[in-house]
Design a protein around this ligand. Structure first.
Ligand code: ADP
Ligand code: MG
Length: 325
């Protein structure tokens, strides 16, 4: 099924229409529209201060947009919608905990609030790898463990739609991989995940689609695959230095640029197959490495371009000045 067909046939989990939010003279979110379908794993990326948390909290019904509307499963989360609460799970960037409770007590309290069972609390503690910390006071957990408890608090009642704001930020590499498995499992169960991250490798691994937010506006929305494809960023072929001289490499059909980096001759190309077969005939492929462009390349290129050349502010009656003859 194509992306477009899927969009038409699967119900919408999150519908965001023309949402804006301003703090003083800072336009944190600027006219964002977005649809996330049921079962989708959606990533929101962007530099610090881009408006990710503000946008996610508006979707969650924790903040109110100045203008625009949000619907989760067709219902507005604002003002506080108790019918929606059991269906959504929320981990905010600065999570609050019940003080003087152990990890297990905290999670049981959260579970009880949602009418989830004690067994669910035990199981979820296991899911996030905190079984060994069940009797540790929350204030004595490490940063990463506390973050996992916050994630567990978002999952304990088995919500259909899960919002996670930088869930992997404080995690060590192993804990991060473990959480990927948890998130993949949730997706496999058909749940919808909306999350923010600064880890582009992770977004590329996990997300069906991502949006890149810059200065409160969505710069692009697409699958990581399509974004990398459409960027036409070159691949880089690394040859052991001395294998082929620079001029010969530069003269090969399909080679855009040749540089020397870290003991390798680096050939940039957008026709990898063609250049590889030419190299194979000339010098053989032993020790030749291929680096394909990644989402990180696309992201860095896009955010750098937009920072240099921000889109012109939309002209309004207030900002338009008439030239007087
Ligand atoms: P991100 O999550 O992408 O880092 P945020 O949504 O937290 O971005 O913030 C977007 C912008 O809005 C930033 O410039 C931030 O300083 C500002 N901001 C966020 N929350 C508030 C608030 N409660 N009051 C004033 N300014 C805020
Ligand atoms: Mg944030």
């Amino acid at each position: 099924m194509s992306e477009e067909q899927a969009m038409r046939t699967t119900p919408t989990a999150v519908h965001v229409q023309g949402v804006s939010k301003r703090y003083g003279d800072r336009q944190a979110v600027d006219d964002v529209s977005l649809d996330i379908r049921g079962g989708e794993f959606f990533g929101l990326l962007g530099p610090n201060g881009a408006g990710k948390s503000t946008l996610v909290e508006i979707m969650e019904g924790l903040r109110h947009a100045d203008t625009g509307s949000v619907a989760l499963f067709g219902e507005s989360p604002w003002p506080r919608n108790t019918a929606l609460l059991p269906r959504i799970g929320i981990q905010t960037q600065s999570s609050a905990f019940f003080v003087r409770q152990t990890a297990h007590e905290h999670l049981r309290t959260v579970a009880a609030l949602y009418g989830a069972s004690r067994a669910a609390a035990d199981a979820t503690l296991g899911t996030v790898g905190l079984t060994a910390q069940r009797d540790v006071q929350v204030e004595n957990l490490s940063g990463g463990q506390r973050q996992r408890l916050a994630i567990a608090s978002a999952l304990v009642h088995g919500p259909e739609l899960i919002f996670l704001d930088e869930p992997t930020a404080a995690l060590d590499p192993q804990a991060r991989r473990d959480l990927w498995d948890v998130l993949r499992g949730l997706k496999a169960e058909g749940r919808t995940i909306v999350y923010t991250t600064h880890h582009l490798d992770e977004a590329e691994e996990l997300c069906d689609r991502i949006a890149i937010l810059v200065n409160g506006r969505i710069a692009v929305t697409d699958s990581p695959h399509n974004l990398v494809d459409a960027s036409r960023a070159p691949s880089r072929l690394l040859l052991p230095f001395g294998r082929l001289d620079e001029e010969k490499a530069a003269a090969l059909a399909g080679v855009d640029r040749v540089t020397v980096q870290g003991g390798s001759l680096v050939l940039e190309t957008r026709t990898t197959g063609r250049v590889l077969s030419a190299l194979d005939q000339l010098v053989g492929l032993d020790g030749v490495q291929t680096r394909t462009p990644s989402l990180e390349d696309v992201y860095l290129d896009l955010t750098a371009r937009l920072a240099q050349d921000p889109p012109a502010p939309r002209r309004t009656a207030e900002t338009t000045t008439e030239h007087q003859p």
